[in-house]
Design a protein around this ligand. Structure first.
Ligand code: L34
Length: 253
């Protein structure tokens, strides 16, 4: 039976919404879940102890520590402590390495969600110019690998990239994962391109907006994802998929 443990440390309002959405998805899918909402003051040792307990708990097939964690906790130490067979985020170095060589069980949820959107829209990646703006370990880097595995020609752009517009204008598939509201404008997009907006930014008026300026982008793009209601819900769907996979993997161990 699949079982997911979700740990959240502190009171970050955005993280609380995402974790609530994950719990709700578990309920909808009939997946058993445990939520650990720990106070901001939780020490790294306490968090490591909880992870150790969950690593050894047979009713739990997947463990997720919602990021970011408070500053006094080292993110890398936490990720390294999760049993790779229960690492439904695919953030552990063992799983990251497996993605690199193309032999993997878990795919990180957000890039996996992007690939699913592409596939379900009937878009063939092979030979396409794929441009990713953003190089995070959570999205940009694994996204590049997944597109590469499907024979895309992949370019990763970041804050030091020269002539960004020239690069994005060349993209048949453009993935925006920079975390800057409305960063990608319509004039940076090639006519007919597939535009996938991974950004979730909260404006001062509490409204959510993506990394892509939707109004100008939708006029040029052939296909485009909205925010909210685009990649975010797909991230959660892929988490459910990874949790079921984890149950199968851990059953045979
Ligand atoms: N460990 N930390 C870990 N795993 C993850 O996969 C994540 N991520 C990112 C942040 N930290 C993480 C998420 O869960 C981003 N993320 C995430 C998940 C769900 C949604 C957004 C980001 C989501 O539900 N988005 C809704 C709107 C939610 C709202 O109203 O704020 C949407 O429609 O986009």
């Amino acid at each position: 039976m699949p079982g997911l443990a979700v740990i959240i440390v502190g009171e970050d309002p955005a993280s609380q919404v995402y974790v609530r959405n994950k719990e709700r998805a578990c309920e909808e899918c009939g997946i058993y879940s445990e939520k650990y909402a720990l106070p901001e003051e939780t020490t790294q040792e306490e968090l490591l102890e909880l992870i150790d307990t969950l690593n050894n708990k047979s009713s739990i097939s997947g463990i997720l520590v919602q990021l970011p964690v408070p500053k006094h906790i080292d993110e890398k130490t936490i990720i390294d402590a999760i049993n790779p067979n229960k690492d439904v985020d695919a953030f552990h170095p063992v799983n990251v390495g497996k993605i690199m060589v193309g032999n993997y069980d878990f795919v990180p949820c957000t890039p996996a969600g992007v690939m699913e959107l592409i596939k379900e829209s009937g878009i063939d990646v092979s030979g396409k110019e794929c441009v990713i703006v953003g190089r995070s370990n959570i999205v940009g880097k694994p996204q590049a690998m997944l597109l590469l595995h499907q024979n895309g020609t992949v370019t990763i752009c970041h804050s030091k990239t020269k002539d960004l517009k020239e690069k994005t204008k060349n993209a048949d598939i453009l993935v925006a994962a920079v975390g800057i509201p409305n960063f990608i404008k319509g004039d940076m997009i090639k006519e007919g391109a597939v535009v996938i907006d991974v950004g979730i930014n909260r404006l001062e008026n509490k409204k959510l907006c993506g990394d892509v300026e939707f109004e100008t982008a939708e006029k040029v793009a052939g296909a485009i994802t909205p925010v909210p209601g685009g990649v975010g819900p797909m991230t959660i769907a892929m988490l459910m998929k990874n949790t079921v996979k984890a149950a199968i993997i851990n059953k045979s161990k």
